[in-house]
Design a protein around this ligand. Structure first.
Ligand SMILES: Cc1ncc(COP(=O)(O)O)c(C=O)c1O
Length: 364
């Protein structure tokens, strides 16, 4: 029988997620080099040494199943955020939580509202469930919350607000977010994706934690992949109203987070110094990169995240190839409808200097 008949309706038409090129991929194509990956917004400082030590201690136990609900980490997070454990759910990456959200809430034909461009996984999971992604173009690289409100109707089930937004690094203002919430009908669940929330420097952007005790139907997404430097372990979490979180547990795998990720996350959560250091080098890196980009005369979108969206004023695929020749992997902007832009992860001082040196050579 034809695969079209076997697969669930619409599944074969879903455009799959295109990740940033991995070091393994470029190495296969271009040979071994000291590659610097600035394509997936990882933490270039690496993981906390305490997380690495915790993994070493846990290694002898990997023949045992992990603890299903991640009880120790869940308790630690509930304590950290001063909320009941019932408001916390942990899984193998925020990506997986986004899928769980779609599994739990999106019925066939439901509309899911989001910005354009934003994190593309929101579209994928919506389509998997037979829902309809409804995209609202960014305005001046920022969420157009008023424009999004105009698209809300009876069929709207979820609205994703990626704050800071991937790929632009922009935030919504506290005032516009509060106005948006006050006008949003209560049948719409707000998913506030704060994967990059730790890097926000400005004071006037919303922090999901401030909304947790309100009655708004809201789920906040966070991850150990960015500031905690554990992207390779795949662990993220969601916080939200108890009844919504209960729905996420209904669709959660029994053992989604392996032992090494659980112990590493507990250790990373307790390593404040590493977190502060990781945030600090992003703050410093932003200022350095802005200064250098200004000198070169390239437009960039001021960012509140650990990446910058830069207009290279030429085909970003060519820019991508030119950076590869310099041993640097960036993320071309064509996938987001910005063919002359690329998204570049901010690194440590030496990484940013290497990037600028290569950039100067390329723009020459
Ligand atoms: C906005 C946003 N949300 C969620 C994720 C997924 O994070 P995780 O690594 O925890 O799956 C990413 C990853 O890059 C992201 O950019």
């Amino acid at each position: 029988m034809k695969i079209e008949k076997l697969a669930r309706k619409g599944i074969l038409k879903i455009a799959s997620y295109v990740p940033g090129k991995s070091i393994e991929e470029v190495q296969k194509e271009f040979g071994p080099k000291r590659w610097m990956k600035l394509a997936s917004n990882e933490n270039l400082l690496g993981p906390s040494p305490k997380a690495k030590a915790a993994i070493r201690n846990e290694l002898p136990n990997i023949h045992l199943y992990p603890e299903g609900p991640c009880t120790i980490l869940r308790k630690a997070m509930a304590k950290k955020f001063a909320i009941p454990e019932e408001m916390v759910v942990i899984s193998n990456g925020a990506d997986n939580l986004i899928l769980m959200i779609a599994n739990a809430f999106v019925n066939e034909g439901d509309e899911v509202l989001m910005a354009d461009p934003t994190f593309s996984v929101y579209v994928n999971v919506t389509q998997i469930m037979g829902g309809m992604p409804v995209k609202v173009k960014l305005k001046g690289f920022k969420h157009d919350l008023e424009g999004m409100l105009k698209k809300v109707n009876r069929k709207t089930k979820l609205v994703f607000i990626c704050n800071p937004n991937n790929p632009t690094g922009t935030t919504v203002s506290l005032e516009s977010f509060n106005a948006f919430l006050s006008k949003l009908p209560k049948h719409v669940i707000i998913i506030l994706d704060e994967a990059y929330g730790d890097f926000v420097e400005e004071a006037f952007s919303p922090n999901g934690l401030d909304y947790l005790n309100a009655k708004d139907p809201m789920i906040i997404l966070r991850t150990f992949s960015k500031v905690y430097g554990l992207a390779g372990l795949r662990i993220g979490y969601a916080l939200g109203r108890e009844d919504l979180v209960r729905c996420l547990y209904q669709v959660r795998d029994p053992f989604p987070v392996h032992r090494l990720a659980q112990v590493a996350a507990v250790a990373a959560l307790n390593d404040e110094d590493h977190v502060i250091q990781s945030i600090q080098f992003i703050y410093e890196g932003r200022r350095y990169l802005y200064k250098e980009l200004d000198k070169i005369g390239l437009f960039y979108v001021p960012s509140q995240a650990n990446f910058i969206f830069i207009d290279f004023k030429k085909n970003s695929e060519e820019v991508f190839q030119a950076f590869l020749r310099e041993g640097i992997i960036v993320r071309p902007g064509k996938v987001w409808g910005f063919p002359t832009f690329a998204r570049v992860t901010i690194g440590r001082k030496e990484d940013n200097q290497k990037f600028i040196k290569a950039l100067k050579k390329i723009v020459k």
